[in-house]
Design a protein around this ligand. Structure first.
Ligand code: MG
Length: 386
């Protein structure tokens, strides 16, 4: 078998580490030809030596002579000898390199939510016109991707022409959510929740921004937008079920009544491996097998949207159109940053997003500016009342 040649952007982060675990487990299948990171020079050089990688790039300037900046990341993403680009740069910094990879005809395994949340329509249009496949890395989207293929149909994100459409048979998709640290509390007083409480996630170990998003369930809202684009769904087809064990990674409900689920260990190496080996499925993985004990007492519940106002806003906004997507994500990003910095209380995160939606602004910079104004206003109001 020819080895698949990978470029990994975001190599020193947690997705990068899981990707390299998969590569190390399948040396006969994969070869890493390019690695990029943000600013961790030593970490990048260590990985380059370990995996014998010649082509490197960093987001930030450095003393090591490694090409840096957006142009360097885009050049790496469109490297001639690459077959597949793993995109795991956090945030909108992943946007230009993703487009560069697509425009140069590379398939992309995409972990960076923001790329689809902010610009999904454009990314999917370019993907189709270049005949490039976009493979989901997120555990929920990988689960949907795997379930959708069960009907001998082709999910939208890898469709290149007139192949059978999965969506005709599809009733709805159900994204599972851990529910975060507060789901089981009888009452959630967002006004009094501390940063430390919100950062204490029961299941996944992630960065602070994603962990707060998980506590407010906004993370699931952003994943809903991702799913809309990846699988060409209608907002009315999106559901969320809380599932604290994180064993069922999502469900697809078909029109004939069949409810298909994908179950696996809560370990990112599995969805990553599936994206890298697709359309094949590997014979082993660097993750322990599921046990019968893990299958006991799996719980599912519909989230009470009144307790999770951020998620409620997403359900209300999506039917209004794609213009709401950048507001949901940017206003949330500004508000979460302000909460982490101790400037506003957690209940204001939803308030900042809600205000953003009423302005119906489409310019990214203006959305951020309005959100920052709202934060400042809430911060002053808190000082006055205390
Ligand atoms: Mg996820």
């Amino acid at each position: 078998m020819m080895r698949k040649r990978l470029v990994i952007l975001g190599a020193t982060g947690s997705i990068g580490a899981s990707t390299l675990r998969v590569v190390a487990a399948h040396p006969e299948r994969f070869e890493v030809v390019g690695l990029a990171a943000g600013r961790d020079v030593a970490g990048l050089q260590r990985l380059a030596a370990q995996f014998h990688v010649k082509h490197l790039a960093l987001a930030e300037p450095n003393d090591a002579g490694i090409p840096f900046g957006e142009a360097a990341l885009c050049a790496l993403a469109s490297l001639d000898e690459a077959d597949l680009v793993v995109m795991a740069i956090a945030g909108m910094a992943g946007y230009a390199p993703t487009l560069a990879a697509i425009d140069s005809g590379k398939d992309v395994a995409l972990a960076t939510k923001e790329v689809l949340v902010m610009a999904g329509t454009e990314v999917m249009r370019r993907r189709l016109s270049r005949g490039v496949r976009l493979l989901p890395l997120d555990s929920e989207h990988s689960a949907l991707f795997q379930c959708l293929q069960s009907t001998a149909s082709v999910p939208a994100c890898v469709r290149t022409g007139d192949e059978a459409k999965a969506d005709e048979r599809l009733a709805e998709v159900i994204l599972t959510a851990s529910g975060g640290p507060f789901f089981k509390c009888s009452e959630i007083d967002w006004k009094r929740i501390t940063v430390a409480e919100a950062l204490n996630h029961p299941r996944w170990d992630m960065g602070p921004k994603v962990t707060i998003d998980s506590a407010t369930m906004m993370n699931k809202g952003l994943e809903m937008i991702e799913a809309l684009h990846l699988f060409a769904l209608d907002p009315a087809q999106l559901r969320v079920w809380v599932h604290p064990q994180s064993i069922v990674h999502s469900f697809v409900h078909f029109k004939d009544g069949a409810l298909l689920a994908q179950l696996a260990q809560p370990d990112m190496a599995l969805p990553i491996q599936y994206a890298l080996t697709w359309p094949d499925r590997a014979l082993h993985a660097p993750v322990p097998a599921m046990t019968l004990a893990q299958m006991q007492n799996l719980e599912f519940a519909e989230p009470d949207l009144h307790r999770f106002p951020c998620l409620k806003l997403v359900f209300e906004a999506l039917p209004m159109g794609a213009w709401t997507h950048p507001i949901l994500t940017l206003a949330n990003e500004v508000a979460v940053k302000a909460f982490l910095a101790g400037r506003i209380s957690a209940d204001r995160i939803a308030a900042v997003i809600e205000e953003g939606l009423t302005r119906a602004e489409t310019n990214f910079d203006a959305i951020v500016r309005y959100a920052e104004e709202a934060v400042t206003r809430f911060e002053r109001a808190a000082v006055v009342s205390s």
